[in-house]
Ligand binder design. Structure first.
Ligand code: NAD
Ligand code: TYD
Length: 337
């Protein structure tokens, strides 16, 4: 039986990963450590909290004593590190916590993984560590690291630490760098669920700047299958890009959401741009596709339909978030824009 520590497994991608593993891979114990920050939500794990192969522990990845105990007591053989502060806009308001969780937290886990000689440490990174592209080209695994936001700088620092542990002491690691995820259970501060929620409530849709920024959208389930392949099949010491090959401008994405919900484009409002906003991301995923045989299961159109259907069917999940602390954040971010 595999014995995996998943960190950040009550967040968006982590909870999708936990649900996928428990549903599709019977011979696997998942110990899920999450500090339940504003982005962590046990409702994301509904139906899986009592699963015999799932153990949830509320805790901070920076807490070395706790992490040693959890990893030791559960005889963990691999770590998949999703836990992070993940939102660029928040990092532009308060970068300190990004360094604590994303850099110091990763360092804490790396030290334990090395000391216990674990079979694998998978670091979930992002294409944002590569910086921004012009009109042409794609990020490959050879693209130099050149982060532009405090968020991407913290993720890049963590990537460098992971590699350094491999290079210096032989830690068995992989790094995955994926593009923008979308799908079920995404917290509505990120663009797609924020726009769905606003459109459903006939609120304005705040588009930063001219809206011609390009992201390469990846359906979250497809990201999870890619991470599983890397965890279970990839040779140690390798890095893999993961993308959906779905480049879209923000205006195109928002237009599709409005069309699908039968709402008017008059809801779109151009607001003050994000400082240092990266213009374009595009991921070349050919390495993971050819070497590990991974492929996305859906097109963007199908994935977006599934996502909108899920938000329509789960209004209570959305309302529970929007009625809480998130409302104060929303007013702070968009009140004067
Ligand atoms: P998220 O913000 O939805 O979830 C992060 C989770 O980590 C939350 O459950 C939170 O409670 C937990 N957490 C935060 N600090 C913690 C700490 N100190 N100790 C323990 N748990 C802590 O983020 P997400 O979108 O699911 O992203 C997951 C990972 O994927 C992150 O590492 C992120 O950098 C990376 N990533 C995300 C995207 C994307 O589009 N969402 C794209 C590329 C990479
Ligand atoms: P986001 O979901 O925050 O992801 P990231 O910044 O990590 O790419 O944003 C995706 C794109 O949408 C990005 O170009 C910023 C833009 N955006 C808006 O135009 N309005 C918004 O309210 C948000 C949250 C994002």
């Amino acid at each position: 039986m595999r014995r995996i520590l998943v960190t950040g497994g009550a967040g968006f991608i982590g909870s999708n990963f936990v649900r996928m593993v428990l549903s599709e891979h019977a011979d696997c114990l998942v110990v899920n450590v999450d500090d339940l920050t504003y982005a962590g939500n046990l409702e994301n794990l509904e139906g899986f909290m009592d699963n015999a192969n799932h153990k949830f522990v509320k805790g901070d990845i920076c807490d070395a004593a706790l992490m040693e105990k959890v990893i030791g007591d559960n005889e963990i053989d691999s770590i998949v590190n999703f836990a992070a502060e993940s939102h660029v806009d928040r990092s532009l308001v308060d970068p300190g916590i990004f360094i604590e969780t994303n850099v110091s937290g990763t360092l804490t886990l790396l030290k334990i993984a090395l000391e216990k000689d674990l079979d694998k440490f998978v670091q979930i990174s992002t294409d944002e560590v590569y910086g921004s592209l012009g009109a042409d080209g794609m990020f490959t695994e050879q693209t130099p690291i050149s982060p532009n936001s405090p968020y991407s700088a913290s993720k890049a620092a963590a990537d460098h630490l992971v590699k350094a542990f491999g290079h210096s002491w032989g830690l068995k690691y992989n790094i995955t760098r994926c593009s923008n995820n979308y799908g079920e259970y995404q917290f509505p501060e990120k663009m797609i669920p924020l726009m769905i929620n606003n459109a459903l409530n006939d609120k304005e849709l705040p588009i930063y700047g001219d809206g011609l920024y390009v992201r390469d959208w990846l359906y979250v389930y497809d990201h999870c299958t890619a991470v599983w392949k890397v965890l279970t099949e990839a040779p140690a010491g390798e890095t893999y890009n993961i993308g959906g090959n779905n480049e879209k401008t923000n205006l195109d994405v928002v237009g599709s959401i409005l069309d699908r919900l039968g709402k008017s484009k008059d809801l779109i409002r151009h607001v003050t741009d994000r400082p240092g906003h990266d213009r374009r991301y595009a991921i070349d995923s050919s390495r993971i596709m050819t070497e590990l045989g991974w492929a996305p299961s859906v097109t963007f159109e199908v994935g977006l339909d599934k996502t909108i259907d899920w938000y329509l069917a789960n209004k209570k999940w959305l309302d529970n978030i929007v009625s809480g602390q998130y409302q104060a954040y929303y007013d702070q971010m968009y009140g004067n824009r």
